[in-house]
Ligand binder design. Structure first.
Ligand code: ATP
Ligand code: FE2
Length: 322
């Protein structure tokens, strides 16, 4: 039994996995009514809820502490204060139970859980708050074929939401408004497989100041930014000859983005998959799931040897378990 702890940003989560089966996935998210994440406040949130989330996960899964083989911890990448809060908590448990820690890269966990639906050799479209990457596995690493040149797609949504007073997280609220909107033209910036969102952000703010309706802006934002992602993903599939697309990360919760992926894949006779919502947004189960795969490949560390790596990239990680 592996317990996974997620702590990299807004969410403190604990998941429990046994033989690739998710027994439980408990999360507590730091939210705001207005404004974005304040890292120190968010870290305090994690420390406050950690024990309760952990105990509740064990109780819901009807498991005993003594059966935990290792703690998988999302030690990278993320907000340093949040990572430290998680590290302190994981070390406490590891020392108490005398078990090792498996350091898991958060982005790699989004990818591994995306693959859990059964795709064999896929292109991964990773769309989350801080990251937007088009990825395929080659020569022992998750290679980045294309990515955002500035902010992540989720951050674009969250920034616009913050600007217009919607609070955090912005994605779900924008999705609701978009249902009643119509198209307005926004900058469409893609070079090869790289995308850029800052022009969209500026234009949205200008149009909002001019009194353009929030519904139309939300609709146009989704249609334009998502179309760029689909174009980049399709180009990666064409170049690599891969026939499977997996969508992952928190923004993948968006029904319109899923629909656009599905349409593109149907057109090129490729398959498309996307995990359940509870596994798309940050969660402890994806950390436990990835941790178990790594553990079985012999990857584990003594608690005192684990540190946080706030800036570790997806393609820094040697994927020795594939
Ligand atoms: P990263 O994985 O890059 O470190 P993160 O952990 O902050 O970033 P996730 O939890 O994977 O990101 O995703 C959070 C993002 O998902 C937020 O930007 C949020 O607005 C967005 N999001 C959540 N639900 C939806 C939705 N229905 N439509 C669009 N975006 C959404
Ligand atoms: Fe994430």
């Amino acid at each position: 039994m592996i317990v996974g702890v997620e702590c990299t940003a807004h969410t403190f989560g604990v998941g429990i996995v046994k033989n690739a089966k998710i027994l439980v996935n408990v999360r507590d998210m730091y939210r705001t009514e207005t404004g974005g994440i304040i890292p120190i406040e968010c870290a305090k949130h994690h420390t406050d809820v950690a024990n309760r989330v952990f105990e509740s996960a064990l109780a819901q899964a009807k498991q005993d502490k003594g059966d935990i083989k290792a703690i998988a911890l999302s030690n990278a990448p993320g907000l340093a204060p949040c990572l430290l809060a998680g590290l302190r908590f994981a070390k406490g448990i590891a020392k108490e139970l005398d078990i090792p820690i498996i350091p898991v890269n958060h982005c790699v966990a989004h990818l591994e859980i995306g693959r859990s639906a059964g795709a064999k050799d896929q292109v991964l479209l990773y769309t989350s708050g801080a990251n937007t990457q088009i990825i395929a596995f080659a020569s022992g690493k998750y290679r980045i074929f294309g990515e955002t040149l500035d902010i992540g797609i989720g951050n674009l949504l969250d920034k616009f939401a913050r600007h217009t007073g919607m609070g955090f997280p912005g994605g779900p609220r924008i999705e609701e408004y978009a249902k009643k909107g119509k198209y307005v033209e926004l900058p469409y910036a893609i070079k090869g497989m790289d995308v850029s969102f800052s022009g969209i952000q500026t234009r949205l703010q200008q149009l909002y100041a001019k009194g353009e309706s929030i519904e139309d802006l939300c609709f146009a934002l989704q249609e334009t930014a998502f179309a760029m992602l689909i174009e980049a993903a399709e180009r990666a599939m064409a170049h690599t000859g891969k026939k499977e697309l997996v969508l992952g990360g928190g923004v993948a919760c968006n029904a319109r983005l899923q629909e656009m992926c599905r349409m593109m894949c149907e057109d090129r006779k490729a398959s498309f998959s996307c995990p359940d919502k509870s596994l798309l947004v940050d969660n402890g189960a994806m950390i436990a799931y990835t941790g178990e795969i790594m553990f079985k490949a012999g990857i584990k560390k003594k608690a005192e040897d684990v540190d946080i790596l706030p800036r570790e990239r997806t393609d820094d990680v040697k994927v020795t378990w594939r």
